[in-house]
Design a protein around this ligand. Structure first.
Ligand SMILES: [Zn+2]
Length: 503
């Protein structure tokens, strides 16, 4: 009599649709396997059973699955029975190992499930099996994504990270004063022009270690960079998915800041070391260096106003500087300082304008412009006909897939036809999704950044504001009032032209 193995498995990511969870699920799978064996008049050598594992996660070792492979190879069993093919192999590579054994076998082999048999010795049978495993693998990836989303939801509520403490904290909540002091000093030093390399050197000399520093090693450069960029410092929550951590080691936590859909950051429930403004300033300074490849000039004492160098003289084109009005004068009381085309900086020396009114005008124009960007995000589909078309196409593919499933359920499609159709639709879907994401990410990213800037503008330092201004404004050109145009304090917006950068 033919001797086979029965295989049962429960995955920890939950089952799709069949409602088989936990211990009870294994017992029901076993019953199914026994019924199958009776119907096929074969003997079950033993039940191979992997519980609470997921074949989808690559690192999970399925002990009984390995034992079953060995028994198949050694001829102890001549086939497998299972409730469903996705119980046996959820990863294409599992299936390929089985296919190798079936193809090389010189004895009759069974691969049976309650949903039907697969003849792994024929091309058609292998094709069907591969399609089913591919689909199951996709479902499993969805399930894994659900778990990741759950973690994200917890993070979104501001729960602290579990596990290892972060540099700067004694535990998940309380600040470690010694490390916090190092961080505060480092932040001040970086803003004043010190490089991370210097901070790294100092910390090494002080014997500073991060929770991740391995025994016998000193703190690494990338660790220093990481702990300084950590949004946690100011209470902001970031979430770096496990798969990203595993794949790329050190990542930039700033890129994984969690924001609500309205763009506001999620604030955690732990003690903080920096204010959000302090943290942003630090990150901006570091980012600015990354962009130019050189640090800010250390020890520079020239006060940079909001529009220093950005405001330009319409007469000679020179970047304008700032100076204070004479103390005690009305203009001093009213405006404090003014911009001027300074001869000392190579200008014509013929133009000056009170500072704050010009700045107000520019800030308002910039924020209006950013708000426009955030508004243009939602109706992106209306604006981009290509995006609208692909979005409709995706909906159509989804509808086709459920129709195919329905036809299969009603037995109007053969297994092979169904497998071919699903495979075709999935390939198509993949292509369309790639197009959609390429089309939509660029505008969405710009939009969410804009929301953040508008919201936090009031907390921005002058440097941060300057950075945002120069991102979208080429220059602010200031013209003279002309003959007889002495202003007597009246501000003339018509004499100011904002030159926007081309998008
Ligand atoms: Zn000039």
């Amino acid at each position: 009599m033919h001797v086979v193995g029965g295989y049962t498995r429960i995955s920890d990511t939950g089952q799709i649709g069949d409602g088989r969870d936990g211990r009870e699920g294994v017992i029901r799978q076993r019953d199914d396997v026994h019924h199958l064996a009776q119907a096929k008049r074969v003997d079950i050598h033993r039940i191979y059973e992997d519980n609470d594992t997921s074949a989808y996660k690559r690192h999970v070792n399925r002990e009984d699955f390995e034992a079953m492979i060995l028994d198949l190879r050694n001829g102890v069993i001549s086939g497998i029975l299972a409730y469903n093919i996705d119980r046996i192999a959820r990863q294409p590579r599992d299936l390929e190992r089985l296919i190798d054994i079936y193809e090389q076998s010189r004895r009759p082999m069974i691969f049976g499930t309650t949903m039907g048999d697969y003849d792994l010795t024929t091309g058609d049978g292998r094709f069907q099996a591969r399609i089913y495993v591919t689909i199951a693998n996709k479902f499993s990836a969805d399930a894994a994504r659900r778990v990741a989303r759950q973690k994200l939801a917890e993070a979104a509520e501001g729960k602290p990270h579990t596990g290892q403490r972060a540099f700067g904290w004694k535990d998940l909540q309380r600040v470690d004063e010694r490390e916090a002091e190092l961080l505060r000093k480092a932040r001040q030093d970086v803003v004043n022009g010190k490089t991370i390399a210097s901070i790294h050197q100092e910390w090494r000399e002080l014997g500073v270690r991060s929770p991740q520093t391995r025994a016998g090693k000193s703190i690494g450069y990338s660790s220093v960079k990481y702990v300084l960029r950590n949004p946690r410092l100011c209470g902001y929550r970031s979430y770096i998915p496990q798969e990203v951590r595993e794949r790329s080691g050190r990542v930039d936590p700033v890129e994984y800041l969690i924001e609500r859909t309205d763009g506001t950051p999620i604030v955690g429930k732990w003690e903080t070391i920096f204010t959000p403004t302090e943290w942003r300033e630090l990150v901006d300074v570091l980012d600015a260096r990354k962009n130019t490849g050189k640090g800010r000039k250390a020890g520079s004492t020239v006060t940079k106003r909001l529009l220093t160098g950005i405001a330009r003289c319409a007469k000679c084109g020179n970047g304008m500087q700032s100076a204070m009005y004479t103390r005690g004068t009305v203009t001093y009381e009213k405006h404090g300082y003014f911009y001027l085309c300074a001869k000392a900086h190579g200008g014509c020396g013929k133009l000056a304008r009170s500072g704050p009114p010009v700045e107000d005008l520019v800030e308002k124009a910039l924020l209006d412009n950013l708000k426009k960007q955030t508004c243009s995000v939602q109706p992106a589909e209306e604006q981009d006909p290509e995006l609208a078309r692909t979005t409709r196409l995706l909906a159509q593919i989804e509808a086709d897939k459920s129709e195919a499933r329905q036809l299969r359920a009603d037995d109007l499609l053969s297994l092979a036809e169904f497998a071919r159709e699903i495979s075709r639709l999935e390939i198509k879907e993949q292509e369309v999704r790639e197009t959609v994401s390429a089309l939509s990410t660029a505008s969405a990213r710009a939009g969410s950044a804009a929301v953040r800037i508008v919201r936090e503008w009031g907390n921005y330092t002058v440097d941060m504001k300057r950075q945002e201004i120069t991102r979208s404004i080429e220059a602010v050109v200031i013209s003279g009032a002309g003959k007889g145009g002495a202003q007597r304090g009246a501000f003339r917006p018509d004499l100011i032209e904002i030159v926007w950068k081309q998008p």
